[in-house]
Every structure is written in C-alpha cells, then in structure tokens.
Ligand binder design. Sequence first.
Ligand code: ADP
Ligand code: MG
Ligand code: ZN
Length: 628
Amino acid sequence: MKLSWRVVLLWTLPLLVIGFFLWQGAFSSAPADMGRNAANTRLTYGRFLDYLDAGRVTAVDLYDSGRTAIVEAVDPELNDRVMRWRVDLPGNSPDLVSRLRDANISLDSHPPRNDGALVGALGNLLFPLLLIGGLFFLFRRSAGGAGGPGQAMNFGKSKARFMMEAKTGIMFDDVAGIDEAKEELQEVVTFLKKPERFTAIGARIPKGVLLVGPPGTGKTLLAKAIAGEAGVPFFSISGSEFVEMFVGVGASRVRDLFKKAKENAPCIIFIDEIDAVGRQRGAGIGGGNDEREQTLNQLLTEMDGFEGNTGIIIIAATNRADVLDSALLRPGRFDRQVMVDPPDIKGRLGILEVHARNKKLSDDISLETIARRTPGFTGADLANLLNEAAILTARRRKEAITMAEVDDAVDRVIAGMEGTPLVDSKSKRLIAYHEIGHAMVGTLVKDHDPVQKVTLIPRGQAQGLTWFTPSEEQMLISRSQIMARITGALGGRAAEDVIFGDAEVTTGAGNDLQQVSNMARQMVTRFGMSDLGPLSLESSQGEVFLGRDWLSRSEYSEEVSSRIDEQVRSIVEHCYNEAKGIMQDNRAVIDRLVDLLIEKETIDGDEFRQIVSEYAVVPEKPQFAPQL
Ligand code: ADP
Ligand code: MG
Ligand code: ZN
C-alpha cells in the first residue's frame, strides 16, 4: 500500500507539535506558573536591589533554576499596597539567597514542571516568539537613530532615545524678544544653582515648567539657555519618540530617562511636544491609545516619585496646552506655565540683533526696517531670513549683506521662489490690470495699509504680487479696516471685470476670493460686525482636533445660518461695488500704470502713489478718503 504524503503529514504534524510542547514545557514551566501568580510587570534587577535595601520586599519566589523571580514588595506610593513584579536574575546568585534569608524574607523555589496545559503551552510558545520578534524590530529601528550634533550623546542603541548635552553653550543673551518668559525662568536657574536659598526657608522647588507657544518661538532654545546659565546637563526627548508601536516601550523610555537624569542631577529634562503623550486621556475618536496612556502614567509616576529638591527640573514644551491631560497640570507636576509668544516689533529687532552678531552686514542695513517688514515672523523665521540673505549675498559675490538681499529674502520667505516673468502677452496684461487693481484700491480706500510695491515677477504660485507695508502691529482691528482689506482683495477681480468684461474674468482671483469670504464670514459670526448684531456664533475655526471634544457643533438654527449667508453676501457685494467704482472712475490712470508696470515689471510704493496723486479721482463717499 502506498502511503500518501497527506496521511503522513496528518499524523506526524500533530505528534511533532505535541512533542515540542512537552519538550518546551520541560524547560520553562515558569511563565505558565507565574501567569497565575503575578502581574507581568518587570522590575529591573537594580530596582529590585534598591527595594531590598529599602526593606520593602516581603517575599521572593524563584523560578527557572533561580534565573527568574517573582518579587512581592510594598509600594509606598500606592498606599503601601503589595505589588508583584517579575525580575530577571543574573544567573545563580547564592549571595542573594543568603541576603534574603538574613533579612527574613519569605523565600521559595519552584522546580520545573511538565504539567502545562496545551493552551498554556501555546501561549508560552507564541508569547516569547512575538516578544523576540518585537524586540528585534525595536533594536533595528532604534539603531538607525544614532548621531547628533557636537558633544551631544545619543542613547540610540539602548531603549531610550533621548539626548544628553553636558553643556548646551546657550545663554540667556542668545534668546531675545521673549523677555517675560525669560524673566520667569531666571528663577529656575537660581533653583538649580542655589537650591539652599529656597530649601532653607522650607520652599518647595517646582518640578515642572510648561512652555506654551507656537512653533519656532524659541521654546527649545529657552530650555537650553536655562541649562546653559545654570551650567547643568540637558536631557531632551521628544514626546513623539515616547510613543512607539509596541506597548510598554514608551513607559520604559520614561523610566530610563529619569534614571539617567537622577544620576546626573542637578540637571534639566526637556520634553518637547509633550502633547504627543500628554493628551487628555480617555477621549478622542476611535478610542484611547493604550500605549500613550501607559507612557503618560509612567511620566506622572516618575514626576511624583522624586522629591522636589533632588535638583531635577522638568521643562516641557507644547503649542497646545488646551489638549493636555489635567493630571499633568496639577500642582507638583507642571504647575508653572510660561507663555512664549511670537515676538512684537521690538522683540523681532532683538532677535535680529542676536542673529546678526555673526554675520557681515553692510552699513545700509537697518534692522528696524526689517523688523517692521516682518510682522508675524517667529524667532526661527527671522533666523532663517538672515541666513537666506547671507546665502544670497555669497551667491552674488558681495562682501557684506545689503538691504537688497534682505528684501529678496523676505519676499522669498513670504511668497516663495522667484520665477521667470511672462513674455508680453494678453495674459500678462490681464495680470497687470489685476495687480494694479489691488494697488489702486489699497491706495484710495481709507484705512488700508499702504502699497509697498507691485510686481509682475512671479513668486511661488502667484504670477504677480502686490505688497503692502503692514501698519504697526495692532491687537485690535476695526470694522473699517476689515472692510478696506476685503475691498482691496476684491480689487484684482474688479479690475478684470471692469476692463475686460465679465466673460473674461479669470481664475487668478481664486485665492483673493477665499480670503474675502473668510474675512466677511468672521465679521458676521465672530466679531458681531453685521446687521445680525453683536453675536458670537462660531468659535475660532481651528482644525478639528481629536483631543478633548468632538467635532464642534454649530449652535444656531438653520434660519440664522441662512441669515449669516445673507449678511456675508451683502458685505462682499458692498465692497465689490466700491472696488468696481474705483476702477471705473480711474480708468485713465490705471491704463497708464499698467503700461508702466509691463515695461518695468516692478513699481515701488512711492512712485505708485506719486502717479496716482496726479490723476486719481477720489471716491466721494465719506467712507473713503485718499491715503496719499
Ligand atoms: P521652538 O522650540 O519654540 O519651536 P526653537 O527654540 O527650536 O523653537 O527655535 C529654532 C531656532 O530659531 C533657534 O535655534 C534660534 O536660532 C531661533 N530662535 C527662535 N526663537 C528665538 C529667540 N527668541 N531668540 C533668538 N533666536 C530664536
Ligand atoms: Mg522646539
Ligand atoms: Zn489678486
């Protein structure tokens, strides 16, 4: 009889499998046994010894020929609850056994047993395989992350992926434009340098400081400056690095980080992007994230676990303090919040001065002028700006940076790379009318920022651009200023419409119209600047974040919704008519300016105003007054 392969396989495979389990069970019955006995939490051998020294250990069960132990100890942080941990012992350790006996700790040893049930054995087999596979991946992933600037040391090979800088070399002098934040943090430096001064009178030194501010405002820089001023090491890790694919990795990174920091106290621990781990727990669409919550819990435990006076100060940075878990902000954790705002004009000047220190500037450079031209720029933007200018200078083979390079760099940072101008054609004429339309309205409408220049040199997505000099930063913007901006933004389309007819208008106004709709809608729904009255109908339209609340609901009826639309439309219509009126009344000067623009490709603000003042017809409506 011929035995078919299938039959052979059918019989031998199960035998092989069962045989393997029996064999496997003979070597390691421990995990199955321990599964009943203990939590799977691991304790490092060193920690175990610490606990032993502290007299917290109550019982030790040895498994696996003395290579593994289940340790029972009281946890004073958890109301003296008895906890169990698994500890891997470094082989056979007779000293340990005698120590345990001396300390009168209940000790037991469990021989290997063969009675693992099939299911248990299956679990045993799969679990180590998965774990080994997981570890393998982890090591491969983190091995790639090594390397860093200067004397920075990267613990990429170990589980922890944080950086340590023994000396940051950054001082408070290198940070400008955020004086209030600096002042508040000055105190932290004193905590690190002279803790006695505070502890002597019984003051508790704060453990955590949270820096809140938009990206690029200098939060990392500030944290480094604190370490630099105090002359202490700087440990840093980014919140996103905590959160890994495998549950438990983040928590162990937190543990490692704090362990290293304690060895190096006094020091600073800097946690960047803390919102990546520290979001409100138990919220969000799609359920919670186990790994993140464990990491956060570990972080909280570590922060509670050391005394305030050990000389470790934790500085965390985020741009979303609103999504943070409230447990993080409790006293004893990040109880100090320091706002790091984008700089105002004086701050920008200060930052420019810092970054101009190591650059060659020609005499014509006025840092004040640059500061004035760059509202909304953060410290990082300004640093980048000066660097771009320096690169341009080198490319042009000049000795020192002049205003021309800085201007070009600003344009580039704001609007993108310069392209090649169009050749003379119908579309170039249309673009010229469109831009002159913006510039005309901007010049003739009351309360509009003055024109800085009009250009047909393309940049980024735009074929032509009209630049306005921003007025001094204002916290408050009036209704008439918003109306002026809407009218100005509609100037381009109005010019196309009036000059070429409504069949010829182009897609070039798409961007303008988007801004117009936004501004008009906000006037109605947020600022109470319409006939609907002073109502706030929508909160500021941020992106939907999945941290705390669900999608924001609209809080008005459909009737109100259609009235909003009506109001928005009437604002835009009103402004569009004004803009068209200006085009119709000034056709002659507009034609002249367009010819000039096509010829020169750029007209600067002064020249533009000069020409307009000779010819322009000023609208009669009281709302408008010339701004020449
Ligand atoms: P954040 O951490 O807030 O995103 P960074 O501290 O990383 O910002 O800033 C990036 C770089 O921008 C800094 O290294 C520094 O060169 C520059 N910079 C930012 N803010 C300032 C500032 N207030 N003063 C001087 N330089 C700054
Ligand atoms: Mg940063
Ligand atoms: Zn436009």
